[in-house]
Design a protein around this ligand. Structure first.
Ligand code: ADP
Ligand code: MG
Ligand code: MG
Length: 883
């Protein structure tokens, strides 16, 4: 079998497509060679050897040794050198490289093949003693650290002592004779730590390094990284062995890294850093300050260190040319590593560059403009979830940050405001036109109004899925959660951290993208929804098949969603409209009356308010469909709690508080989520649904007159399990529609449909579709009822399930395709059998999740509906799912 793939001298046995076999680094080194670019020759030991190694008790395939020796010999022939030779010495680097770039793997070993004898050969050959001993000391340190497991600190300590003794500051100031002494000290320390001398045999060194790469595949860091990023253990890593080129051969040599475009802005300009007379990781290690590659970048950075363009113009010119070749060839922004040896440029790595969301947009749009990629490809290249970062104000990267605490980046964007400690304060100040940040230990459903009124939310307790985090993301508000170093005393109105005390009214800024909490106001950048963002969105809209609607019940949310491109409302939850101060009393009156008359009286008060709510939404959504869900939550949720609240309702109704308290107790439920809710309410109290239907149709008539552009109301009946439930409620809706049309003397186009959120409804969809003109999959409840778990209580054990590998993902975040998805599929098919043009949509949280959106496309839903800030994400994800 073939275990080793060579590259060098303008040819290679592998290519870029061989990432599975050669790893990313090896495949791209081969590709660069075939392109005729200057790459030091070498070879890749395949990932299959890694698999073999672990399947065979950490041993190698019998043919490996010969194949490695033959490949090493070829490298020698190309370079005119020999490994271990005392005249023309070949040195190599040993580099790990998995399919996906993976921190946690073994670090690279450079200058391998040096020992007490060959170091002299190197000095003679290069006519540079200092260079040879500098290389040897680097090798001893790297090899000892990554192969022999001896801590860096030992070497750093020796080096620091020596520098102090010599009275120098920089490594570059140390002379050959002193490096020779330091190497002696290094070797002494290795022997002390290891109990045996530093290995002198180049072959032993080579196999030691190869073994270390394979072993590092199973070290704890690598295992953890793989788990976090869903990388299978079976992939294995490859090992690259490559002839050394030297950036540390004096002032005409250098090493550096660069991007073909700016990775933070996306601007089309070579962007990178280098160091003269240095090797490998010196650039990132921060020992010396690296210099800019281009003059332009140097000037922009205000640096007085000369650029590569200035100090090595020829190598620079060649580098610019090669960067262009690679970007064209790979058709993407590249992240490059290079070394210059005595004026000659060598390429050591290329890969697609990581970039910010903003840079991703800019490069994709510009590359499409340059004809490098198609528009479809540009759309496919943007990670939909990353758009979230772009829709909110962010802290100006140039701003000074006075960080007082760091919590979790729970919901993106930054916000500045006065500190408030209660939701009522938040609401009061908001009414006065002030901007506030709500600071709580944690939030609960009772804080919704305060969260709405705040610019952002900060909690000291709770994780990424805490109430505050989930609700804030839904509202599109910045949130930092779990900032544990803050001490909040809401009663005293103080927040203490690091010896500072903040009081109510003090200004803070939170950065929900980094988790930082900052003192005072900080300059912000406003989201840029035109330009590249708009271009990608427009292209995505041209590709996608599914429509994207929003879940919204307030005019502010509806307007926001429109500005993000929502094509209607997929879910208007009417219950949210009854929690407002001016309505809750009438609502409670209605619930607590024990007669139909009493209820109707209260409903009469609610009708005009509800009609006004819909009227405003219909104007904003003129000409678009709006799905309104009839009252859904258990009445339980509306019940008054305190004596004060009970007294208030009692006065309004003219009954004794005692009587009301009794009624409250009657209505109490042990398991309200499975209780008196959804269409069950409309069956028990048809007058509620009638009032809502009247409000909907009257508003539709009015707003059609006003805008000349009628909406199509879609009246949605929740929690249907039996077709008879649906028929019962539908009858009264149709009756009200007729009445309103007769009164107004106009026609209204409307639909009546149902949510599919119970397994029974999914299974009986064929029958239900006889009455329902549309289905909207309520996948939050459908997930709860399919799994038999409660969303509010499941987070604790679902996390345990994830850790123990029982589930891969929280089914409330990304749809469980196999179970819940199967029910959706069944219902969609059965629904279409009865009614071929039945409208199908989804309105659960999943409607804004890219993986779930892909599933919706597969099933052929007509639209997805999601919270306003997810609308652009859904537009993009729907486009990606359609190709
Ligand atoms: P990483 O995966 O951490 O980037 P690499 O294998 O790319 O590790 O090695 C890191 C650095 O080591 C390279 O960027 C390069 O500067 C240097 N290096 C690796 N191989 C060689 C070589 N054959 N000659 C010169 N420098 C090398
Ligand atoms: Mg690298
Ligand atoms: Mg539901």
């Amino acid at each position: 079998a073939k275990w080793v793939y060579s590259f060098g001298d303008g040819a290679a046995e592998g290519r870029a497509g061989d990432k599975n076999l050669l790893g990313g680094k090896g495949a791209n080194l081969a590709e660069m060679c075939s392109l005729g670019l200057p790459v030091p020759p070498g070879f890749t030991v395949t990932t299959e050897v890694c698999s073999y190694y672990y399947a065979h008790n950490q041993s190698y395939p019998p043919e490996l040794k010969d194949q490695v020796l033959a490949a090493l010999h070829r490298v020698g022939e190309i370079t005119g050198r020999r490994f271990g030779d005392k005249d023309k010495l070949l040195l190599v680097s040993v580099r790990s490289g998995a399919r996906a770039s993976m921190p946690g793997m073994m670090d690279t070993v450079l200058n391998l093949g040096l020992n007490d004898e060959t170091v002299e050969a190197l000095a003679k050959d290069a006519s540079d003693e200092r260079f040879a001993w500098d290389s040897y000391r680097r090798f001893i340190q790297m090899y000892s650290n990554v192969v022999l497991d001896i801590d860096h600190e030992h070497f750093e300590e020796i080096l620091e002592d020596s520098k102090a003794r010599l009275g120098v500051e920089l490594d570059t100031e140390i002379k050959a004779a002193d490096w020779r002494k330091i190497v002696g000290l290094y070797k002494g320390r290795v022997e002390e730590e290891l109990g045996s001398p530093f290995p002198q045999d180049p072959q032993e060194q080579l196999w030691g390094a190869i073994g270390a790469v394979f072993s590092s595949w199973m070290n704890q860091r690598a295992i953890t990284y793989r788990r976090l990023h869903d990388i299978p253990e079976s992939w294995g890593t490859a090992v690259n062995v490559q002839a050394m080129v030297f950036g540390n051969m004096g002032e005409t040599s250098a090493t550096g890294v660069a991007f073909t475009r700016n990775p933070s802005t996306g601007e089309k300009a070579l962007y990178g850093e280098f160091l003269v007379n240095a090797q490998g990781e010196d650039v990132v290690a921060g020992i010396r300050t690296p210099q800019n590659i281009t003059e332009e970048a140097r000037i922009a950075a205000g640096s007085d260190q000369p650029s590569l363009e200035k100090v090595m113009p020829e190598a620079f010119g060649e580098f610019v040319r090669i960067a262009g070749v690679l970007e064209k060839h790979y058709r993407d922004m590249q992240d490059l590593e290079f070394t210059i040896e005595r004026g000659k440029l060598w390429m050591l790595q290329t890969r697609s560059g990581k970039r910010t969301a903003k840079a991703a947009l800019k490069t994709a749009v510009e590359m499409a403009g340059e004809g490098l990629i198609t528009r479809d490809e540009a759309v496919a290249r943007i990670d939909p979830a990353s758009l979230d970062q772009l829709l909110h104000p962010t802290i100006d990267p140039k701003a000074e940050r006075n960080v007082v605490a760091v919590g979790l980046p729970a919901s993106p964007g930054a916000a500045t405001g006065e500190i408030v400690f209660t939701s009522d304060e938040a609401e009061d100040l908001k009414k006065q036109g002030r901007k506030v940040v709500l600071v709580r230990v944690e939030t609960s459903p009772e804080d919704i109004h305060g969260m709405h009124a705040s610019e952002g939310i900060l909690t000291t307790r709770g994780g990424m899925t805490s109430h505050a985090a989930v609700v804030a993301r839904g509202m599109g508000k910045p949130c930092v959660s779990g900032a544990g170093s803050l001490r909040v005393d809401a009663r005293a109105g103080t927040m203490m951290v690091m010896g500072q005390t903040f009081r109510k009214g003090d200004i803070i800024t939170i950065d929900g993208s980094s988790g930082q909490v900052l003192k005072g106001a900080v300059p912000m950048l406003q989201p840029e929804l035109s330009g590249d963002f708009a271009a990608i969105m427009e292209w995505a809209d041209g590709i996608r098949r599914m429509k994207v609607r929003t879940n919204a019940e307030t005019p502010a949310d509806a307007r926001m969603a429109r500005s993000f491109g929502a094509e209607g409302i997929g879910l208007c939850r009417t219950e949210h409209m009854f929690f407002d101060e001016d309505r809750i009393v009438a609502m409670r009156e209605m619930i607590l009356s024990d007669t139909e008359d009493g209820r109707r009286k209260a409903l009469t008060k609610l009708l005009p308010m509800q009609r006004a709510d819909f009227g405003e939404l219909f104007e904003i959504m003129a000409g678009l469909p709006v799905t309104i869900r009839l009252l859904d939550p258990p009445l339980h949720e509306f019940l008054p709690h305190t004596d004060e609240e009970i007294a208030e309702v009692a006065t309004a109704m003219g009954v004794a508080p005692e009587k009301l308290r009794q009624r409250t107790e009657e209505l109490h439920e042990f398991n309200p989520m499975l209780g008196h809710r959804g269409c069950r309410l409309a069956v028990s109290y048809p007058e509620i649904a009638e009032m809502q239907a009247r409000a909907i149709f009257e508003a539709a008539v009015e707003s059609a007159k006003k805008t000349g552009n009628p909406v199509v109301p879609e009246v949605m009946i929740p929690l249907v399990g039996l077709v008879k439930e649906l028929d019962f409620v539908k009858a009264s809706i149709d009756k009200v529609a007729k009445e309103v049309m007769a009164e107004a003397g106009t026609e209204i186009t409307y639909l009546v449909g149902t949510m599919i959120e119970l397994p029974r409804a999914a299974l009986r969809a064929q029958k239900i579709a006889e009455s329902a003109e549309f289905f909207s999959f309520g996948t939050n409840d459908l997930t709860q009822t399919t799994f038999g778990i409660s969303r509010d209580d499941a987070s604790s054990f679902l996390e345990t399930y994830r850790q123990k590998g029982i589930i891969e993902q929280d089914p409330f975040v990304s749809i469980d395709v196999d179970g819940v998805g199967e029910l959706v599929r069944i219902a969609a098919e059965k629904g279409r059998q009865t009614r071929s043009d039945i409208k199908l949509g989804i309105c659960g949280e999943h409607g804004g999740d890219p993986a779930s959106i892909r599933f919706c496309e597969e099933v052929g839903l007509d639209y997805v509906s999601c919270s306003p800030f997810r609308v652009p994400i859904a537009r993009l994800a729907a486009a990606q799912a359609a190709v």
